[in-house]
Ligand binder design. Structure first.
Ligand code: SF4
Length: 181
């Protein structure tokens, strides 16, 4: 039996919109399943890698120590790693907090902001992921092989990118496939 390439995906600090866009390839999902085997991914709820995969798609930047841990492990298990979407490429919307200190951000959210409940406090349960001083794009944490911009990248752009990689080419996204909403 011919071995199909393996694909994995993961989501860090993002909104899951890039994964939703991947699902928007609609009937091409059937073609995709013919072309690849899906390994670790939130789409199949598979939590661990079976083996090193050929292509990894990562959505979201790193906002917490947990994100960094997940991304480093993902990098280790992907031959080709693609940063997908503005959050992975630049930090995106979550990185708006980079304009102020982490302390100010937490105070605004939990104790000082107009919507805080009187007597609110900043959560410090040791089980919660520790936030980083700022949100980091993926390439500042691990080596990224390809960058797929967009918020989210369109389904057609994701399809183009994945099929180009499967064909052994380095994808050059046509401007017509760029999308920011
Ligand atoms: S790039 Fe846009 S769609 Fe993708 S995770 Fe970030 S905010 Fe969501």
């Amino acid at each position: 039996m011919v071995r199909k390439p393996k694909l994995a995906t993961c989501s860090l600090a993002g909104c899951f919109g890039c994964h939703m866009s991947l699902l928007d390839i609609d009937e091409k999902l059937l073609d995709l399943i013919e072309l690849i085997d899906l390994d670790k991914s939130p789409l199949n709820d598979k939590k661990e890698f079976d083996q090193i995969v050929d292509i990894g798609l990562v959505e979201g930047g790193c906002s917490s120590e947990h994100n960094v841990h997940v991304l480093k492990n993902f990098r280790k298990n992907c031959r080709i790693l693609v940063a997908v979407g503005a959050c992975a490429l630049t930090g995106g919307v979550p990185s708006f907090r980079n304009m102020i200190s982490l302390t100010s951000c937490l105070e605004e959210a939990y104790t000082q902001g107009p919507t805080h409940i009187s007597g609110g406090e900043i959560p410090d349960d040791p089980d919660l992921p520790r936030l980083l001083d700022r949100v980091y794009p993926c390439h500042e944490v691990v080596k990224i092989d390809h960058f797929l911009p967009g918020c989210p990248p369109s389904a057609d752009a994701i399809w183009f990118f994945v099929t180009e990689l499967l064909a052994g080419r380095s994808p050059r996204l046509p401007p017509s496939l760029l999308k920011y909403e």
